[in-house]
Design a protein. Structure first.
Length: 136
């Protein structure tokens, strides 16, 4: 089964999906945050036969919870109710966006191009971190 990663934000939720072997992460189109986000995530999870969803849990660099942490926890709770057959886990996402921005910049993407890609690129960083930690 595949693993889906979500990088929740106030405007968009970055999305990444693993390969069927659970070794590589690939970006998917971001989902608009808001009232219909859970339904959109459920559709992706069912279409892609997802067994696990990893929700990025943003903490401050010192490890403290923030307003964004509460938002991610709320998304995780809603997904747990909507998809009881799927394992929903949290994973530390500190610095995933910075890492994604750096990778996009190194790939020659302009700041304008990065805006539409960075959420899902951050989800790829999150998912790859989760997959790598799960295989050791």
């Amino acid at each position: 089964m595949r693993t889906l990663a979500l990088d929740p934000g106030t405007r968009r939720i970055g999305v990444a999906l693993s390969d069927t072997k659970g070794t590589l992460a690939f970006p998917r189109d971001a989902i608009a945050a808001g009232d219909d986000a859970v339904n959109a995530i459920v559709a992706v999870a069912r279409d892609e036969a997802v067994g696990t969803i990893v929700v990025g849990r943003p903490l401050s660099l010192a490890g403290a919870e923030t307003a964004s942490t509460a938002m991610a926890d709320q998304l995780r709770g809603a997904l747990t109710l909507a998809l009881p057959e799927v394992a929903i886990v949290s994973h530390d996402e500190r610095l995933t966006t910075k890492s994604a921005e750096r990778s996009l910049r190194e790939a020659g993407r302009t700041a304008r191009e990065q805006r539409s890609l960075v959420d899902s690129a951050a989800a790829v960083v999150l998912l790859q971190s989760y997959l790598d930690a799960s295989t050791h």
